[in-house]
Design a protein around this ligand. Structure first.
Ligand code: AMP
Length: 416
């Protein structure tokens, strides 16, 4: 992004850069007509090829208009939009109180965390009613007024950067959404609905309550795989006095399968209200320990049964949404063999061991006749061997099989 400080975009005079993310750069600017501060968010088109920029621009106007129509006290207002040298930008209200990210890193009292997120949940309920899914809820997208009131921002930016088939426009390693806050279905590139936002709210709540994110790793793909596979680390492990109802609320918000979460934000809002009123009377039928499940290898997980899921094939997609790395999870034999494989291998080993044992000296000494059953020529033979004088002499060979020499010696049998 070229240095825009001191430049004028339409009626907006750029004052300073206040942030830079993977997809956009944010500047503080002066609206010269209304003489007030605004924030200008410019999409970083230098990341994309020409054809992709054209698609972004086409989509941008439509999305910007939809965002400008959102009118809710807890959603940061989109004031205007424009284009500067091929880079689309949004003009937003400017808030001076920082972001919720400044409040993370250490556990927050649960009442305070639930109260802080309540306006955000109301904002999301409103947006979902208007068929807009946020897709990138995280503490840095929750801005604070100078009085500490939270407002949700960055609605639809992820959508602007998405192709019609749901795949990322970037192809540069810049993903849509933020892996640490992404629901499993979003991480594997599915269409998402309100329940992906519910999951992300759950991660933010977890982080506020415990001071840590539940799933972290070195690469975006590794984080996505943890969201899919790893059981939720019990929040109560990190905060001793967390009411069980709050812990259960988190477990429900962060269920791996969308249909196991709250079905909408209003339902979640009611749950939070009830817990704040009395944490001991609020009951949720959620098991405290979610069973470990692996949506990639779990054959009992049926994407067809989940109208929101489309595929669990994380690795065969030619263009996964989040990460462009081709890092696979470590190979595990259980991924390719059915669950009863140990029984089959055990049986085979028993059969081979049994055969060897029955053919060994011990078996022969204990069960001499039975052992013969397994030998190759168990017949008594009577053969005529010509004598040197041409007089046929009958020779009797013993009725035994060609035993190994050791056994032969011990039995005193001569083989023909
Ligand atoms: P983002 O790229 O949306 O994560 O924004 C980067 C940073 O810019 C945020 O963490 C905020 O500190 C700042 N920022 C974004 N939007 C605004 C705004 N409307 N008012 C004030 N600061 C903002």
């Amino acid at each position: 992004m070229p240095n825009l400080i001191g430049k004028t975009l339409g009626r907006y005079h750029i004052l300073e850069q206040i942030g830079e993310g993977g997809m956009a750069t944010v500047f503080k600017a002066l609206d010269t007509r209304l003489e007030r501060d605004v924030a200008i968010k410019i999409i970083r088109t230098e990341l994309f090829g020409k054809a992709i920029i054209e698609r972004i621009l086409q989509r941008f106007e439509r999305e910007a208009k939809a965002l400008a129509r959102l009118s809710h006290p807890n959603i940061l207002k989109v004031l205007d939009y424009g284009e500067y040298k091929g880079s689309p930008y949004l003009v937003l209200e400017y808030l001076s109180g920082g972001t919720l990210k400044d409040k993370t890193g250490q556990p927050m009292p649960w009442e305070q965390a639930l109260q802080l997120l309540t306006p955000i949940i109301q904002a999301l309920a409103y947006a979902h009613e208007h068929k807009i899914i946020h897709r990138d809820i995280k503490p840095s997208n929750i801005l604070l007024t100078d009085k500490g009131q939270p407002l949700l921002t960055d609605f639809g930016i992820a959508k602007i950067l998405e192709l019609d088939d749901g795949q990322t426009l970037t192809g540069t390693g810049v993903g849509i959404g933020t892996p640490e806050y992404m629901a499993p279905e979003q991480g594997i590139g599915k269409d998402v609905d309100a329940r992906a936002d519910i999951y992300a709210v759950g991660i933010v709540l977890y982080e506020l309550l415990t001071g840590r994110k539940p799933y972290t790793a070195d690469t975006p793909m590794a984080v996505v795989i943890k969201h899919i596979n790893d059981p939720l680390p019990r929040p109560g492990k990190f905060v001793s006095d967390l009411p069980q109802s709050v812990e259960k609320l988190l477990i429900k918000l962060l269920a791996k399968k969308p249909q196991d979460r709250f079905s909408n934000m209003d339902e979640l809002g009611l749950g939070i209200k009830a817990i704040l009123a009395n944490p001991d009377t609020f009951k949720l039928s959620v098991p405290l320990a979610e069973p470990e499940r692996n949506l990639v290898t779990d054959r009992s997980y049926s994407p067809e049964a989940d109208e929101n899921a489309h595929t669990i094939d994380l690795f065969e997609r030619s263009n996964p949404v989040v990460a462009t790395e081709s890092k696979r999870p470590r190979f595990q034999i259980k991924d390719v063999l059915p669950s009863w494989w140990p029984a089959v291998i055990g049986g085979l080993l028993l059969l081979i061991g049994g055969t060897i044992w029955l053919n060994s000296g011990i078996a022969l000494q204990i069960f001499p006749t039975k052992a013969l059953v397994f030998t190759s020529t168990p017949t008594a033979t009577k053969t005529m061997t010509p004598s040197p004088s041409d007089t046929p002499q009958p020779t009797v060979t013993p009725s035994v099989t060609p035993y190994p020499s050791k056994i032969r010696d011990s039995l005193g049998v001569e083989m023909v």
